[in-house]
Design a protein around this ligand. Structure first.
Ligand SMILES: Nc1ncnc2c1ncn2[C@@H]1O[C@H](COP(=O)(O)OP(=O)(O)OP(=O)(O)O)[C@@H](O)[C@H]1O
Ligand SMILES: [Mg+2]
Length: 342
């Protein structure tokens, strides 16, 4: 089962520039979570902090019982082996073909033979739809292919925690859906804890079990998908509908006067872009038929039930409906017994 990542009171600045402060969230083991937020809110900085590439000045990040902000570099090295990371730019080695790029972590961190390595590499390349492109250099392929190659490389060490920074950037909508499906299938297959950083609304609505949102140097919310997808919080609503109306502006945050002015234009009939009033919850993407059942679904149902009383009513209703819809009983009643005793 994937490993839980517990972040508490995390604060990160570069010099005098505060990126975010007091971020507290737990990525539940084996569940898929997404971190949303407008450009520049520090999503990538957060992801890099989780693997110890950047050091927040306050707070803790506890992974498998170890606070990676306090531990020795040797311990950090061991913890990092739990991770598979897809960086925003793919971070492939430009002078190596795709095969060698994907094989790199295996050659670096394991003593596997080249024939074992070959099996794993081809398996992962097939998973991301890149069979046949092994000999290509990163410079010779499309941005979307580079993303998928980066994902294949992130998976070769069978990570327990997978971090993916904008898996959809540079991909067309259909490829984005394929990569979303791949992530869900990987979760079903290896039960890894997954964090997806994205600003893709469609992905946010359909893929993760949990959603968080960064805005104005804070984690505005983090919780079960139903909480954010039914939220009335203006910034969350605006983001999920992709409209210009709301606190998120083009370059910086808007003030009250500007928001009132824009709302007046909309009231007078101006179209503010985005998808107006997408309400409610679309069903979550499921693993491809034939894949193992996602272990996380069951665990999450139990977990969410236990916090149900703490959630807003709209989320509570949505969760109860979805639990009814895909409840997986722990054991099916035995029909060899008289019905009354079932
Ligand atoms: N190594 C660094 N040194 C100094 N400032 C940095 C560093 N890395 C990121 N920043 C700053 O931190 C802020 C957040 O950057 P980050 O890349 O995390 O945003 P993001 O939410 O991932 O944006 P996008 O959605 O566009 O990828 C930016 O203002 C950026 O300039
Ligand atoms: Mg980023």
């Amino acid at each position: 089962m994937g490993v839980e990542v517990a972040v508490e009171g995390l604060t990160k600045s570069f010099g005098s520039q505060r990126i975010w402060q007091d971020v507290t969230l737990t990525l539940p083991s084996g569940e898929v979570s997404a971190l949303l937020g407008p450009s520049g809110t520090g999503k990538s900085v957060f992801l890099k902090s989780l693997i110890g590439l950047l050091r927040p000045e306050q707070g803790s990040i506890v992974i498998d019982g170890t606070d990676i902000l306090q531990c020795s570099s040797k311990e950090l090295y061991e913890i990092r082996k739990l991770f598979g990371v897809l960086f925003q730019d793919g971070a492939l080695f430009g002078s190596m073909n795709l095969y060698d790029n994907v094989a790199f972590p295996l050659r670096e961190h394991t003593k596997k033979s080249e024939s074992d390595i070959r099996k794993i590499v081809m398996d992962k390349l097939e998973l991301v739809g890149l069979l046949g492109a092994e000999d290509k250099l990163p410079g010779e392929i499309s941005g979307g292919m580079r993303k998928r190659a980066g994902l294949a490389r992130a998976l070769v060490l069978d990570p327990q925690i997978i971090l993916v920074d904008e898996p959809d950037s540079g991909l067309d909508p259909v490829r984005t859906t394929y990569i979303s499906q791949t992530l869900i299938d990987i979760n079903a297959e290896i039960d890894a804890t997954i964090l997806i950083v994205s600003h893709n609304i469609n992905l946010a609505r359909t893929v993760p079990d949990n959603i968080g949102m960064l805005f104005r140097r804070e984690l505005v919310m983090f919780g079960p998908r139903e909480v954010l997808l039914t939220s009335d919080e203006p910034v969350v609503k605006q983001f999920l509908n992709g409209t210009m109306i709301g606190p998120i502006g083009m370059s910086e945050e808007k003030d009250e006067a500007q928001m009132a002015h824009e709302q007046a234009l909309v009231d007078a009939g101006h179209h503010a872009g985005g998808v107006d009033d997408v309400e409610g919850i679309v069903p979550q993407m499921q693993a491809t038929p034939g894949m193992p059942v996602r272990q996380a679904v069951r665990r999450r149902q139990d977990r969410v039930r236990s916090i149900l009383h703490t959630l807003p009513e709209s989320a509570r209703i949505a969760i109860e409906e979805s639990i009814d819809a895909d409840y997986i009983p722990s054991s099916f009643p035995s029909f060899t017994e008289p019905l009354e005793s079932v």
